[in-house]
Design a protein around this ligand. Structure first.
Ligand code: GTP
Ligand code: SAM
Ligand code: SF4
Ligand code: SF4
Length: 330
């Protein structure tokens, strides 16, 4: 049983973002509310069900799987899950997005389990500001985690930085210097209006164009057409060839026309679009048809036909999707 996953706009889906938990050891101010509550164990996919989802999607044309969350390294059994998913015939890339704080323990086991690339979130190099943005995080744990990833042999480690006006926009250059000095890529992200995080987003958008303008005052920037299979546009630096600068700009440079991805939340919902509340209840289907993927695949095809053309985020700051980012799979 195999098919190609194509949505109603003719876009081929070959990238699956698999959320393995909604839990996290951080409480980032753009992702969660301070008093976040999490799903009870009985409402989440088991490791075997996550693996089954991965196999089903790879058998139908998915070539890249990104494990995410919540914090994927907070899921018990994550290394074994990576081993199993990375062995799926037909999968080209198993990658992970993490807050990096537990990589001194996990970087080597993840590499050995077949994870090929890590994206690590880092919003500030100032310990106080880092704690303010993550509410609880210790910067040094993440910096140690980044080094552990390099030492474990991960190539193209990419930093993810959500830029918030008045909070960390003054660190764009420092973060870029850090990336250059450690031969890392770095992507600057515009904040998206998911979940009531308990602060107004009305005046905090710092656009990718503003980041670019700041960088252009210090570096010779070169346009590039390369892609990592995700939503980022890249620039190269003339004098620092080991670092790429990415921009993920849902507000200022919409990338939905080239969307190639869907998400599965840890609740077992197939989310067709990050900017939309519609989903297909895979958890119920997986449990109703424990040994037969055909009826599930049929439902996936019908759902895909209704994948929205694009998000409708505006940049005025109101919450537009009730679901929080940690429950959406980033
Ligand atoms: N609007 C929107 N944002 C996305 C989508 N995919 C990823 N992002 C955002 O991009 C940021 C970085 O995502 P990552 O988890 O690093 O994944 P990626 O950018 O696909 O990674 P690469 O494989 O390195 O290209 C996060 O803030 C995501 O929420 C998408 O489909 N739509
Ligand atoms: C939800 S996190 C999950 C993985 C992991 N915990 C981490 O932080 O990297 C995935 C990515 O989404 C980003 N993110 C979270 N909330 C966001 C928001 N409201 N707008 C844009 N990006 C966001 C994070 O910075 C991170 O890079
Ligand atoms: S962005 Fe990642 S690290 Fe921060 S609270 Fe959300 S899931 Fe946790
Ligand atoms: S917002 Fe929706 S349509 Fe646009 S890139 Fe993200 S998932 Fe795809």
């Amino acid at each position: 049983m195999s098919s190609t996953l194509i949505d109603g706009f003719g876009r081929k889906v070959d990238y699956l973002r698999l959320s393995v938990t909604d839990r996290c050891n951080f409480r980032c101010i753009y992702c969660m509310s301070e008093d976040m509550t999490f799903l009870p164990q009985e409402h989440i996919l088991s490791l075997e069900e996550i693996q089954r989802c991965a196999e089903l999607f790879v058998a139908n044309g998915v070539r890249k799987i990104r494990l995410t969350g919540g914090e994927p390294l907070n899921r018990k059994g994550i290394v074994g899950l990576c081993e199993k998913i990375s062995a799926t015939p037909g999968l080209k890339e198993l990658v992970m997005t993490t807050n990096g704080s537990q990589l001194t323990k996990y970087a080597r086991p993840l590499a050995a389990a077949g994870v090929q690339r890590l994206n690590i979130s880092l919003d500030s190099l100032c310990p106080k500001k880092f704690k303010a943005m993550t509410r609880v995080g210790e910067l040094q744990h993440v910096l140690d985690g980044i080094q552990a990833a390099r030492q474990a042999g991960f190539k193209n480690v990419k930093l993810n930085c959500v830029v918030i006006q008045g909070l960390n926009d003054d660190e764009v250059l420092a973060l870029t210097d850090y990336a250059i000095n450690h031969q890392l890529d770095i992507t600057f992200i515009e904040e998206m209006p998911l979940g009531n995080v308990g602060r107004s987003r009305a005046t905090s958008l710092f656009s990718s164009d503003k980041v670019r303008t700041r960088l252009a005052q210090h570096y010779a920037l070169l346009d590039s057409t390369e892609s990592s299979g995700g939503p980022a546009r890249y620039l190269r630096l003339r004098d620092h060839s080991a670092t790429r600068i990415g921009f993920i700009s849902p507000h200022s440079h919409n990338f939905c026309s080239t969307c190639n991805r869907v998400r599965i939340t840890v609740e077992g919902k197939l989310l067709l679009c990050l900017g939309n509340e519609h989903s297909l209840d895979l958890l119920t289907l997986l449990r109703r048809y424990p040994a037969d993927n055909a009826p599930i695949l049929e439902r996936i095809h019908s759902a895909l036909y209704n994948k929205p053309e694009k998000h409708h985020f505006n940049s005025e700051g109101e919450v537009q999707i009730l679901r929080f980012m940690n429950a959406s799979g980033g």
